[in-house]
Ligand binder design. Structure first.
Ligand code: TZP
Length: 232
């Protein structure tokens, strides 16, 4: 579909023309510089990008605005070179200042409509959901994709109660026509269950950032995604 044909900036229209479609990312890498075992986050992300990561979310909630911006500049240079997307967690202002590819909203972020008004129809908007009610509400707001989790228990995020399970992915799939990614405790051995339940891809922090060899871990996760999608 050409841009000229996209008069209404619907989610489907944006997805069709997006250079980076969340439905095809397979793996959405989320940052947490506290999980790199003392290694420089930018180096670790660089290894993951070299190994094939196509989308990164900068999520460093404890950094000051200028620190997020400076880190974002460094990551954007890498993701641009790799042809990958960079989204900024929560901070629509930082995403806009950087010229990043989009923003990842949480329930505490700006409402989706306000974020869309600021970013415009070309900016990607992902939204974190922690249950079916969240998914239903998110879909109604028209983000570009939904991230649901934690699917499995994860030390990376303990504040959202019990893990949801792949069965909940199945139920979310039934009410979510948008690209849907599962997050939380995702390891290569779990990818087939998450994709089998209907997710389009997975998102992860520790499986990649805490791995002794982030490039190898990325390749293993992407291979699991390809197998789960029946590509290999
Ligand atoms: N949202 C739900 S679970 C989670 C986030 C950000 C953390 C995922 O981390 P990990 O290490 O991939 O389990």
């Amino acid at each position: 579909m050409s841009r000229a044909e996209c008069r209404v900036p619907s989610a489907e229209c944006r997805e069709a023309r997006a250079p980076h479609s969340p439905r095809t990312w397979g793996l959405y890498l989320v940052t947490d510089r506290h999980q790199t075992d003392g290694r420089d986050l930018v180096d670790v992300i660089s290894q993951a990008l070299d190994a094939g990561v196509r989308a990164v979310q900068l999520r460093e909630k404890d950094l000051d605005t200028v620190e997020v911006f400076r880190l974002g500049e460094r990551l954007l240079a890498l993701t641009r070179r790799a042809g990958a997307a960079l989204l900024i967690n929560d901070r629509v202002d930082v995403a806009m200042a950087l010229g990043a590819d989009g923003v990842h909203l949480t329930r505490k972020s700006l409402p989706l409509q306000e974020a869309r008004a600021l970013l415009g129809s070309d900016g990607l908007i992902g939204i974190s959901c922690h249950g079916l009610a969240d998914v239903q509400e998110a879909v109604a707001g028209g983000p570009d994709f939904v991230v649901l989790g934690p699917i499995y228990a994860t030390p990376s995020k303990t504040s959202y109660g019990s893990p949801l399970s792949p069965e909940l992915v199945r139920q979310a799939r039934a009410i979510c026509p948008l690209p849907l990614l599962g997050i939380g405790g995702i390891r290569p051995c779990r990818v087939s269950d998450v994709l089998g339940a209907g997710a389009d891809g997975v998102a992860a922090i520790s499986a990649i950032l805490a791995a002794p060899e982030p490039g190898t871990a990325t390749r293993e996760m992407l291979a699991a995604v390809a197998r789960g999608k029946g590509i290999e």
